[in-house]
Design a protein around this ligand. Structure first.
Ligand code: MG
Length: 224
């Protein structure tokens, strides 16, 4: 998809429903950042006769039937992931420390979740699960790369806007739409993270919420 992208109507409608605020903003992804995903996916694949071919941040061309070494076609991966999310997304574990750090940040920052959900039917399930872990931050549902949404969310906010997400695609998109954003690439899964190369536009690559809090607290802030 060409970057930078404009924000979709759907995301602009969700942004206009937020209470007005000029506080600085932390925009935080959910899967693999606040809720474990890869860990659950590994178990799901194992239980259904599949496996990851390589422990690296990639699903297309990286899932195979256990008996074979050949990657499933993209449409089969898509179906498998949809079934995984439909059957497992009510029970994703909290990433250790996410609640503590985000609540500490919320004293000075507005925190909101920006999540890509496959299927609108999963939204109430996700909101209930986040609430069960003590989160009451707004949940905005995006689709596709997040740059347009992050740029629209930043309007009228103090700099810097902080963006936390595991996906390299989303970080590339945010870099194109809002180069001033502080980009934290958070990947909870240790094998996936250790095989990730940090790109120049990523300010901090981590899988640790205490380190993330220290990093954000050390950021220079604009006045006011
Ligand atoms: Mg994610």
């Amino acid at each position: 998809m060409p970057e930078p992208q404009a924000a979709s109507r759907a995301i602009l409608d969700q942004i206009s429903a937020l209470p007005p605020s000029s506080r600085p903003l932390v925009i935080c992804d959910v899967d693999e950042v606040v809720l474990h995903l890869v860990r659950h996916l590994r178990t799901y694949l194992e239980n259904n006769g599949f496996k990851l071919l390589k422990q690296e941040y990639r699903l297309t061309n990286n899932i195979a039937e256990k008996a074979s070494q050949s990657a499933l076609p993209a449409d089969a991966v898509k179906r498998l992931l949809q079934d995984f999310l439909d059957t497992q997304s009510h029970a994703q574990d909290l990433v250790e420390g996410a609640d503590k750090t985000l609540h500490a940040l919320a004293e000075d920052w507005d925190v909101l979740f920006l999540t890509n959900l496959p299927g609108a039917h999963n939204r109430p399930i996700r909101e209930r699960l986040l609430a069960s872990y003590g989160f009451s931050f707004p949940v905005l549902v995006n689709s596709g790369p997040k740059g347009g949404a992050v740029s629209a969310l930043s309007a009228g906010r103090k700099e810097p806007v902080v963006f936390i997400d595991d996906s390299p695609t989303n970080h590339t998109s945010v870099q194109a739409s809002l180069p001033s954003a502080i980009q934290i690439q958070f990947i909870a899964d240790e094998p996936f993270r250790s095989n990730m190369t940090q790109e120049a536009h990523v300010d901090f690559l981590t899988g640790d919420w205490a380190d993330t809090l220290s990093f954000i607290n050390a950021l220079p802030r604009s006045g006011g």
